[in-house]
Design a protein around this ligand. Structure first.
Ligand code: GLY
Ligand code: MN
Ligand code: MN
Length: 425
């Protein structure tokens, strides 16, 4: 095992404060495709297991007994590779203790509470409340990225930049969303990506207002927005980037809307400093976006007051970002001890915590004309005075703009890990 992995385990062991409890973290098992073929969905070890082992190992279980020491208390149990796996998949035996020995390890510690993380073996008597507490502490402890993790996120960001560099010159009327996806992802792979980190999102014209639009055969038309949200993954670490382009010539309104989002994004990035409260950062970004909409004549009123009334959610219905790294949402969530803020406008905010040096977060403000929200009679009535509805009606097919970068919080200025991907046009 590498020294950095062993250091990571020791750091986690200290952070979990297990007292006398045992920790059992399972990788999980492949899930068969429903067709009854002998294929499975692509297997990926549970992120909690991967974080402790740095490997894909179906059926693997890593355990920790605090009585045996923060460094020496860990044992990694792995299943014996079968002949069929060798023949059909070319699998090799993973290093570790035979999984059959797990029962004896547990037996020798019988009666002690067990915290189960990842996808723990189903026949274990897991303590649910204890597991929830340990999972919260585990997620929190892995929010600060170590050097090896940051190196992988940088590599994923570089491959992502290569894909976007391939894509950008191809944005023109007549191209289909699907053709763009193919070139973008080919660019990721050529630059060393293991796979796209999540389903690539490409929406043109009105589709750019669908937050997670799957690329279709639709062809771009002159003067339409094209929103591209995608990231390369390398060794399980990924980037999550959005750029919005215009096919052909942008209108004055598109430029203005874009500049509002870009300005809000850059201000939000500058706010990513240790101690910054994520919720406050989100709301400040909402105020910036609303100020822009007021100056464009789309909204009416005083920006802070409009945000207090939740009117921003008409055009900015998602959160300002989330953590990214080992998974597209990585360790997002709540600071230990906090409860989810019940305000409806914060329902889609994926985190409530203060930032700290070593966190990697996305910053992804957006403004969209989303017909299901903007034609909803209840919203029209509630926000009657806040919005220039005739102007909104003119723009119901305009789509939307999102700009997303990945930011490393440091003790100094925030570092934009995806700054190599151009966003000025
Ligand atoms: N790629 C999905 C997101 O931005 O959260
Ligand atoms: Mn994204
Ligand atoms: Mn994102």
């Amino acid at each position: 095992m590498s020294s950095s992995l062993s250091a990571r385990r020791s750091r986690l062991a200290a952070a979990l404060a297990l007292d006398d409890a045992l920790l059992v973290v399972g990788a999980g098992h492949p899930v068969a495709l429903p067709e009854g073929s002998d294929q499975t969905y692509p297997f990926r070890s549970h992120a909690e297991y991967f974080h402790l082992t740095d490997r894909e190992c179906a059926g693997g279980v890593v355990v920790f007994d605090p009585r045996d020491g923060v460094e020496t208390g860990w044992v990694s149990f792995v299943p014996a590779v079968t002949e069929a796996e060798r023949v059909w998949e070319g699998r090799r035996q993973t290093e570790g203790t035979d999984l059959n020995a797990l029962a004896g390890w547990l037996e020798a510690r019988r009666g002690r509470p067990i915290a189960g993380l990842g996808a723990p073996p189903v026949d274990l008597a897991i303590d649910g409340a204890l597991s929830a507490r340990i999972r919260e502490a585990f997620s929190h402890a892995r929010r600060v990225k170590d050097e090896g993790e940051i190196a992988r996120i940088r590599a994923a960001a570089a491959a992502t930049a290569a894909g976007f560099a391939t894509l950008a010159p191809l944005i023109r009327p007549g191209q289909s969303e699907r053709a763009l996806q193919i070139e973008l992802e080919a660019g990721f792979f050529r630059a060393g990506a293991s796979r796209p980190g999540y389903g690539t999102i490409i929406g043109s014209g009105p589709n750019s207002a669908v937050l997670h639009f799957e690329p279709s055969e639709r062809r771009l038309r002159d003067g339409e927005f094209v929103l591209v949200d995608a990231g390369a993954e390398i060794d399980r670490y990924m980037a999550d980037v959005t750029r919005t382009y215009v096919a052909g010539t942008p209108s004055g309104f598109q430029r203005d809307l874009y500049d509002v989002v870009l300005g809000a994004e850059e201000r939000a990035i500058a706010r990513c400093v240790p101690g910054a409260e994520w919720k406050a950062l989100h709301l400040a970004t909402a105020v910036d976006l609303v100020s822009g909409l007021v100056s464009l004549g789309v909204m009416r009123g005083q920006p802070e007051s409009l945000v207090e009334q939740e009117a921003h959610t008409l055009f900015f219905p998602h959160g300002v970002g989330h953590m990214v790294g080992l998974g597209v949402r990585d360790g997002s969530g709540l600071q230990p001890g906090r409860l989810k803020d019940p305000r409806p406008s914060l329902r889609t905010l994926r985190m409530d915590l203060p930032l700290a040096a070593g966190y990697v977060v996305t910053i992804e403000p957006g403004l969209y004309f989303i017909p299901p929200l903007l034609t909803d009679p209840a919203r029209r009535e509630r926000f009657q005075a806040c919005v220039n509805w005739p102007l909104v009606d003119q723009h119901l097919a305009t789509g939307g703009v999102r700009i997303e970068d990945n930011i490393l919080v440091t003790s100094g200025s925030p570092e934009n890990l995806t700054r190599a991907i151009p966003k000025r046009w």
